[in-house]
Ligand binder design. Sequence first.
Ligand SMILES: [Zn+2]
Ligand SMILES: [Zn+2]
Ligand SMILES: [Zn+2]
Length: 284
Amino acid sequence: MFCAVAGTGSISSKGDCLNMRVTFLGTGDAGGVPVYGCECKACERARTDESFRRRPCSALVEAGNTRILIDAGLTDLAERFPPGSLSAILLTHFHPDHVQGLFHLRWGIVDRIPVYAPPDSDGCADLYKNPGLLDFYQLSKFNALTIGELTLTPLPLIHSKVTFGYAIEDTEGHRFAYLTDTVGLPPKTESFLKEWMPESVALDCTHPPQSETPRNHNDLAIALTIAKKLTPANIWLTHISHDMDNWLSSTALKQTKSIQIARDSMAIQLPIAKEHPNQGCLGA
Ligand SMILES: [Zn+2]
Ligand SMILES: [Zn+2]
Ligand SMILES: [Zn+2]
């Protein structure tokens, strides 16, 4: 799934890459693609070609021996991550498509797993009451946390539940921001990011352009406005719905070197080589 790109990343004597790498494990909205029972073009395409499927939105961020899973909506976490393979789980918020994988994982009988989450006293269902092997820790906005070789700063977002995006930095100063689920950005988060200047950003783009401002998630117009304000070198649109996929098939959104559509299993290595920006995207 992953191979290093020449000229990027530092390799330790053990062969581990010391710089940050990010793998999009899931890039779908709550219904995913294909949507159950839907016969639209995007859903039919995803049924016949696995590479077009969109699973619950989540990502794995790695640097050296540090492996952090952002969001736990995938329901096969136990198969993907053998005991001891994750340093921590980081939650953006407690909507089911971001935490449903925890309901199975919690009954494991291995070492405890730290789960860092925004201060949402409701959580999701009985996760707090019956955490099993999960140790929940509450984060507070703009208070940075260091886990192994990565430093993470929680950034408030605008969503129907208390939600944090994350500004993530590796030990060599490479900066990546993960911003979903959200519609627009709160002013303080926007100012933080403008000053912090991430080189790469993953951004909620659930909907194609809408006639009215959406309530909970970015549409393409809002996502592009954010991209323009933050001007990162690279931006990956994620949390994508089947409507957005259909729109993308019918309208040629110019995928510039700086704005790209994330796909499940796509991996990026920071820093991304300036002369060949697309090589930052390592195939599935
Ligand atoms: Zn979501
Ligand atoms: Zn569909
Ligand atoms: Zn949500």
